[in-house]
Design a protein around this ligand. Structure first.
Ligand SMILES: [Zn+2]
Ligand SMILES: [Zn+2]
Length: 258
């Protein structure tokens, strides 16, 4: 290395690649670029993004975010992107013009680079939301009262189940909640319809662990697809009353099967 110098600037004592120092190489390299136009496809109902053929990240903001933009960055090898700040320079209809200021590092040399991107937002209903709007479901969760001897008044039962359901939802994973299609009120409780059977089972399991519910699962055949039987699953969840006086009274009585 001693005595070698950069063929561009003549500097010595720098690590050279093909005779060029990192600073000069950085000057001659496009450190970051973006396509001229970009499209972000967003489901207006749940905020999911369409990336390739897949829908991801339901529950996101309905507006274009930095996370949407980062995937349009073309990062050459040897360049590390530390951070990007986006600023909107203009917006018209569904098209926004943005300037990104990126801190990058190339062969140990830090640089700040600007890119300009024109982003169009396109709204499409995602697969989950279109299933929901078609009242498609694969599993139903029946929320019911316990089998205590004393009947609970309908209004009290609904208020109790509604409260329990709200707490239960608060502990559910986002993808389980997202599998919920709609809920119906019935005299004996609520029916909650799911587009994903695994999510319904997971919620039932949580109800059992955290809220002392009993769970009974049954399946009904509802069609055939690709030569396979399709079943809809019913999960009956009974939530016993936790009022200690009711429990004490029930405990004092001999158990009665429903
Ligand atoms: Zn140089
Ligand atoms: Zn959606």
């Amino acid at each position: 290395m001693d005595g070698e110098f950069c063929v561009v600037c003549g500097a010595t004592g720098r690590r050279l690649t093909d005779g060029v120092c990192p600073e000069c190489a950085a000057d001659r390299t496009t450190l970051l670029s973006v396509p001229e136009r970009a499209v972000v496809v967003i489901c207006p109902h749940c905020g999911a993004r369409k990336v390739g053929a897949q829908w991801e990240r339901p529950g996101e903001s309905p507006l274009v975010t930095a996370e949407d933009l980062v995937r349009f960055l073309r990062v050459p090898p040897e360049v590390g992107v530390r951070r990007v700040r986006w600023e909107e320079t203009s917006a018209a209809g569904t098209i926004r013009e943005l300037t990104g200021t990126a801190d990058v590092v190339f062969r140990g040399v830090p640089r700040t680079v600007e890119v300009h991107l024109s982003v169009r937002t396109e709204h499409q209903t995602c697969t989950d939301c279109s299933r929901k709007s078609g009242r498609y479901y694969t599993a139903v969760l029946q929320l019911r009262g316990g089998l205590e001897r004393e009947n609970e008044k309908s209004r009290a039962l609904h208020a109790r189940l509604d409260g329990t359901w709200t707490s239960l939802l608060g502990e559910c994973r986002a993808d389980w909640r997202n599998a919920i299609s709609w809920r119906e009120e019935l005299p004996e409780g609520y029916d909650v319809f799911f587009t994903q059977t695994l999510a319904a089972r997971a919620v039932a399991k949580l109800a059992k662990q955290r809220f002392g519910a009993t769970v009974k699962e049954s399946a009904t055949l509802f069609g055939r697809k690709d030569g396979q039987d399709i079943y809809r699953v019913t999960l009956c969840l009974r939530f016993p009353r936790t009022d200690p006086t009711v429990r004490a009274r029930d405990a004092a009585r001999p158990a009665v099967e429903p």
